[in-house]
Design a protein around this ligand. Structure first.
Ligand code: ADP
Ligand code: MG
Length: 688
């Protein structure tokens, strides 16, 4: 697509329309005019060459600053034009721009880029020549509210430079916020602007001034209309009868493994195979059309070239949903893509919906339905897991068995030829068995539509995402500073955050977050925390982790310390984390929790970190934690550290949906991610 860059004057003109402060300027075409115009603007002025062929004006000797008189301006005109001609004899010279010389100030950057998935993104941070080195920037996806703009200003690390650092006077934060809002409006309203940098924007004690701008334009894109799709009826995922097309008795075949996992299905099961009379002990049919009774779901494992015919037969049979496990479609190139389009077209004709192809299929444990070839079917539970990778589904299911985690649904989405992430999200959103949703995402094509759907879902159910590809950060070819400052991974993180999705790094983290958010209290209402422990070493580690992951450990006020002093041993640390010492009894925990519950206006979450010993068993500890949780509206999270001796306590807590984690670092990290989603907390270790 054709792209071009606006000249400096064109850039200033359009920015000025949006009340973005730019220097006064005028383009002149003679030395004489230069003198008069410079005088009109007011000295000192800066003069620069205007030529479409000269992008880096300084390199061409095309910039002169600190011009203080009319004569100097006339001389500068001649010098600039002759230098430019010498630099590039073919350059077309449109004149010389004369502009007000801006005072030195705090150099910031406001930039914009168009993300391929999520659209227009705005970046703000420290500018000048050190932008790439400092990388002190933050971003938002448009539209941006005034509140967002204020937060952006405050969340960069160098914010103290704006607020006034070491005796320097505070800068004009209000003008900065308004300028960011105006820049967003400029970006939103000018569809053809693809990418831009205002770098630097100089910020003063009063006012601001954009000193350079690069605006990259692109041809108007044809708008792709997104058609809203009706929800897939829930009963499609709750079939009464399933046919396996390509069912086999041969243990090495996919059709064997799939059939094998479906043997537990409590509804009707029909193997389809035109070479045998029975498969795995059940009567086999030569074609799905030979089955006398209705078939709700078909699971297809035949080779790709036979799939169109099989889908046609499914349609004729009135199958509502066909799970195409077979690979060899879009992922294999053009021919595969054409084949895939063909099966979708056939299915559409009959109103049959397609899962996959090139997928593991669906597992709905509460219904005893498993169309996949996983080693062992997962247990029923309340987590829905939607995955763009089949291999990850295999791993997660295997791991869940050892961890005693159950699922309401597991979906390997495959090529998403027909049913896609949105449809599955809508399903599990309405599914009464699901209380939390985990997504493993590699790539999202229609980011805006994704955000619309997921924003709705997160209103009622927690959604957690693992996005692969964090290493591609900043690897995009970048035409501007903004392009290189924010990679697509950062944009995904921000998109998730904005849509209410908690993003995590690891599968374990995803399940911990799901557990944490499945509790009816869901999110903490703030970032303030207390830690109570009977383990001094873990008290120190807790402080480290809290700082690393953006959790604020409060300072206990003197009256609270005094209250605790009444019953705690003389040598307690009198601070937060509250170290109850290794000989802490059940009573000591109980009394401490009572004091904290009474003062729960001071904190938003309480971490209880316990280790096993002979004075206090894990059940006693769990019971006290339960009591604390019931006596406050604030969140209680625990880490019961230790081996099997803690299991009984963990079980009690799990029964009451109080998250209890076995690894302390994870406890804080997962909470940090939750807080980042809610408050965009700043934390050095959160994304490393
Ligand atoms: P280029 O980047 O094409 O060489 P610029 O327009 O960025 O040209 O100008 C070069 C430098 O001159 C700027 O980085 C800035 O330091 C200074 N400068 C340019 N315009 C102004 C102005 N209006 N006020 C103050 N300084 C300016
Ligand atoms: Mg420049």
């Amino acid at each position: 697509m054709k792209e071009w860059m606006l000249s400096e004057a064109e850039g200033y003109e359009i920015l000025a329309k949006y009340d973005i402060p730019v220097p006064k300027f005028k383009i002149v075409t003679s030395a004489e005019e230069a003198g008069d115009v410079a005088e009109g603007i007011g000295f000192p002025v800066v003069m620069k060459i205007v030529s479409p062929q000269i992008v880096h004006k300084s390199d061409a000797g095309g910039v002169v600053t600190s011009i203080g008189t009319k004569e100097m301006a006339q001389a500068a005109f001649n010098r600039i034009v002759s230098s430019a001609k010498e630099y590039n004899p073919d350059a077309q010279i449109e004149g010389v721009i004369i502009e007000e010389q801006a005072e030195p100030g705090l150099e910031l950057i406001i930039g914009g880029k168009t993300d391929p998935s999520f659209g227009k993104v705005i970046t703000f941070g420290i500018g000048g020549t050190l932008v790439e080195l400092l990388k002190d920037v933050t971003l938002r996806i448009l539209p941006v509210t005034e509140e967002d703009a204020r937060l952006m200003v405050r969340e960069i690390n160098s914010y103290p430079l704006i607020a006034g650092y070491r005796g320097s006077k505070p800068k004009d934060e209000e003008t900065l916020v308004q300028t960011i809002i105006n820049v967003c409006r400029f970006f939103e309203e000018n569809e053809q602007v693809k990418e831009f940098d205002i770098n630097p924007l100089r910020l003063y004690e009063s006012g601001a001034c954009a000193v350079d701008s690069r605006v990259i334009m692109t041809e108007k894109k044809k708008k792709v209309k997104t058609v809203s799709r009706p929800d897939v009826p829930l009963e499609y995922f709750n079939p009464r009868s399933v046919a396996v097309i390509g069912a086999s008795d041969e243990p090495t075949k996919m059709g064997y493994a799939v059939m094998h996992n479906l043997l537990h299905f409590p509804g009707q099961l029909y193997p389809v195979n035109n070479k045998r009379d029975t498969i795995q002990g059940l009567k086999a049919y030569a074609s799905i059309k030979d089955i006398e009774a209705p078939v709700d779901m078909a699971v297809i494992t035949v080779p790709a070239m036979h799939v169109p015919k099989v889908v046609e037969e499914c349609g004729e049979k009135g199958v509502s949903i066909a799970v195409v496990i077979t690979a060899g479609f879009k992922e294999m190139g053009e021919d595969g893509k054409a084949l895939e389009e063909r099966i979708v077209a056939i299915a559409n004709k009959y109103g049959t919906r397609i899962v996959g192809p090139n997928c593991l299929g669906l597992i709905v444990p509460p219904r005893g339905l498993d169309t996949t070839y996983v080693h062992q079917s997962p247990k029923p539970g309340n987590i829905a897991f939607l995955s763009q990778s089949g291999a990850i589904v295999n791993t997660v299911v295997d791991w869940s068995l050892a961890e005693d985690i159950g699922f309401s649904a597991v979906v390997s989405v495959g090529n998403q030829s027909d049913l896609n992430f949105f449809d599955y999200l809508r399903w599990v959103e309405r599914d009464p068995h699901t209380s939390a949703i985990i997504m493993y995402i590699e790539e999202i094509n229609n980011g805006q539509a994704f955000m619309d759907v997921v924003s709705e879902v997160t209103k009622t159910k927690p959604v957690i995402a693992i996005k692969s590809g964090s290493s591609e950060r900043g690897s995009q070819a970048a035409a501007s500073h903004t392009g290189s400052l924010s990679g697509s991974y950062d944009v995904y993180m921000e998109a998730f955050r904005k849509a209410g999705v908690v993003s995590v790094h690891t599968l374990t983290g995803a399940f911990l977050a799901a557990e944490m958010l499945s509790h009816h209290k869901r999110f903490p209402v703030g970032t303030r925390a207390v830690v109570v422990t009977n383990a001094g070493g873990f008290a120190v580690l807790s402080s480290d982790y809290a700082e690393r992951y953006g959790i604020d450990l409060i300072t206990l006020p003197p009256d609270v310390v005094e209250e605790l002093d009444k019953f705690l041993p003389e040598f307690w640390n009198k601070g937060n984390p509250v170290d109850l010492l290794g000989d802490a009894s059940e009573r000591r925990f109980e009394q401490t929790f009572e004091v904290l519950a009474k003062h729960d206006d001071l904190w938003d979450m309480c971490f209880v970190v316990g280790f096993p010993n002979n004075i206090l068993n894990s059940e006693q500890m769990a019971n006290q934690i339960l009591k604390l949780s019931e006596s406050t509206n604030k969140r209680v999270i625990c880490s019961l550290l230790g081996g099997d001796s803690m299991n009984r306590g963990r079980k009690i807590l799990r029964q009451h949906s109080i998250p209890s984690f076995e690894e302390l670092d994870f406890t804080f990290r997962v909470m940090g991610r939750v807080l980042w989603q809610q408050f965009r907390v700043k934390a050095p270790g959160l994304f490393n």
